[in-house]
Design a protein around this ligand. Sequence first.
Ligand code: NAD
Ligand code: IPM
Ligand code: MG
Length: 369
Amino acid sequence: MKKSIALLPGDGIGKEVVEATVEILKAIGEQFNHQFQFNYGLIGGDAIDQKGNPLPEETIAICKESDAIILGAVGGPKWDHNPVELRPERGLLALRKELDLFANLRPIKTFESLLDSSPLKKEYVDGVDFVIVRELTGGLYFGKPSERIVRDGEDAVVDTLLYKRYEIERILVSAFEIAQKRRKHVTSVDKANVLESSRVWREVAEEVAARYPDVTLEHMLVDNAAMQLIRSPRQFDVIATENMFGDILSDEASMITGSLGMLSSASLSSGGLHLYEPVHGSAPDIAGQNIANPIATILSAATLLRQSFGLEEEAKAIEKAVENVLNSGKRTADLAEGGKSISTKQMSEEIINALADDQDIINIIETYS
Ligand SMILES: NC(=O)c1ccc[n+]([C@@H]2O[C@H](COP(=O)([O-])OP(=O)(O)OC[C@H]3O[C@@H](n4cnc5c(N)ncnc54)[C@H](O)[C@@H]3O)[C@@H](O)[C@H]2O)c1
Ligand SMILES: CC(C)[C@H](C(=O)O)[C@@H](O)C(=O)O
Ligand SMILES: [Mg+2]
């Protein structure tokens, strides 16, 4: 199978985790006889430095010519005081909007061998398996006006939380579709006791729920949801929420798994060209040290193979190799709790070795050859 993947490493550890992931994809390509073509593009701070634009036209073209996209992360202190149009994050937001990547799926699933790595007690995180369905192209991130103003003679500022009804409906439909294939429970998270946008969100959730009688809908206020994620995370199956709430709750939820470096995500579009990215950022505090955990990006690539290319066995092979390496006790620094750790590159190599050692994969390859 010939398939092309746009690679947008971005800034900081984005480059390191994407490089580690490319090695895994090359290994999978060799083992399963696929030719993945990699098309590199600039985004974020690097793109500002080289092209004067956080999302150059060439990068959009590279993405549109590819079958799927992998993004590392953007941002860093170097660009933090730039004017708004020249911030790295603008590049990522513009790409999400340009490709209509409206549904961001962020699975939170604990690995048996990492139960002790969570700051939460083992008995609370054991068996956690839910997905946050985050709306990604609307809400406070994109509403206009968003600017400094003068109000009643005072310096003031305004951001706008705007949703068109269809945007709320389509993300809730995605959440219910996903729930139907899982444990059939949607928790819709909002702030309906205060925000009008949340009251409309609730109305739409009720309407969509009526079309999925086999799925239970529960409403939860976002402040309570933040608490429930710590108190009893196993209660969740699918969490559906708007852009900003989803951003915050997913970083919080990452600690159930032990590290933000474990959380993968898929940003799905209406047009079929999807983007796969870790939940974490460019981590300037550890960038350039070859110590970042690449697993979030590697698992995002596994989801790409499954979702965009229909390569289920290959996706499972990566997921199983990651699990086997973690079972063997190998950890990057974020999970090593001050103990012995391996580097980003070594983690990637260990996962490749685990792929090569996996008897199930060898059997699959023999069946296909
Ligand atoms: N999708 C993205 O591109 C994205 C996401 C979040 C933040 N950012 C940007 O990243 C920059 C830094 O933001 P931040 O520090 O708030 O968030 P961050 O996610 O970059 O880092 C938060 C903390 O988690 C650690 N961490 C994150 N990923 C890790 C990994 N793979 N392995 C080990 N440790 C990891 C970091 O070292 C840091 O201590 C900002 O410019 C922000 O805008 C980008
Ligand atoms: C970098 C930033 C714009 C981004 C977001 O807030 O969506 C990030 O935090 C994420 O979670 O992907
Ligand atoms: Mg975030």
